[in-house]
Design a protein around this ligand. Structure first.
Ligand SMILES: *Cc1c(COP(=O)(O)O)cnc(C)c1O
Length: 220
């Protein structure tokens, strides 16, 4: 958590942290068990620095190319940054992703399992991954089918990938809570702890339903 007296303040960050603390209290969870991923996609390095100066260290990006333009420089100044790849990942970007990121959230198919496992081995770098599940069964969205999850989990583990948990983006314009509950159940059924769910508009609901990682962009 942020040490408010030793760091510069960031109002939006403090507001989000306050909501996380409140949501955790209501859910009788510890706020420290919810990691806030500050989604910095589309923001320039000069917009990211205030959050770093305020003490925040966990960030998310959704495009490898964009992240490669911003983060090597920022990481040189703030080496303890933890960087999450939260977007769709193409197999041909696996090498760059493994080199730059500390977590990958959208592992959803065997071809990507193979590409990432190969790179992790080659670079001797283990990147924990979340398996993305298409909880709303939307054809245009990433994520594996609900029924395909046990098999993907087995394939990832066989390839030597450390599976941190599950990730989902519920359908828009509908109550996300049932989808968060479904993802939590799938994680339980498959013996996984991590739950990457909840964005600016719904992270409090996600915390109530067990999110371990929330991905917040516009609210920051
Ligand atoms: C952009 C993005 C977010 C953040 O969304 P906001 O609504 O801006 O908080 C979260 N997850 C993913 C996968 C994203 O691409």
């Amino acid at each position: 958590m942020i040490e408010k007296d030793t760091n510069l303040e960031d109002q939006a960050l403090n507001d989000v942290i306050g909501k996380i603390e409140k949501g955790a209290r209501i859910a009788t969870r510890k706020a420290s068990d919810v990691a806030l991923i500050a989604v910095s996609k589309t923001r320039g390095a000069d917009e990211i620095r205030p959050l770093l100066d305020a003490g925040h260290r966990i960030f998310g990006e959704n495009r490898v190319q964009e992240a490669m333009e911003k983060w090597p420089g920022l990481k040189a100044d703030y080496p303890d940054v933890e960087l999450h790849m939260i977007g769709q990942l193409q197999s041909n970007k696996a090498a760059e992703a493994v080199a730059l990121f500390d977590y990958i959230h959208a592992l959803d198919r065997l071809s990507l399992v193979k590409a990432l496992a190969k790179e992790m081995q080659r670079q001797d770098r283990q990147i924990p991954c979340f398996l993305q599940v298409n909880v709303g069964e939307e054809s245009q969205k990433g994520g594996c089918d609900i029924e395909a999850l046990p098999q993907l989990l087995e394939q990832a583990r066989e390839a030597g990938i450390m599976v941190a948990g599950l990730m989902a983006i519920p359908p828009g314009d509908t109550n996300p809570a049932p989808y968060f509950a479904l993802l939590a159940k799938l994680a339980r059924d498959n013996g996984l702890d991590g739950l990457s769910m909840g964005m600016s508009g719904d992270f409090e609901a996600a915390i109530k339903l067990g999110a371990s990682h929330i991905r917040v962009g516009t609210a920051l």
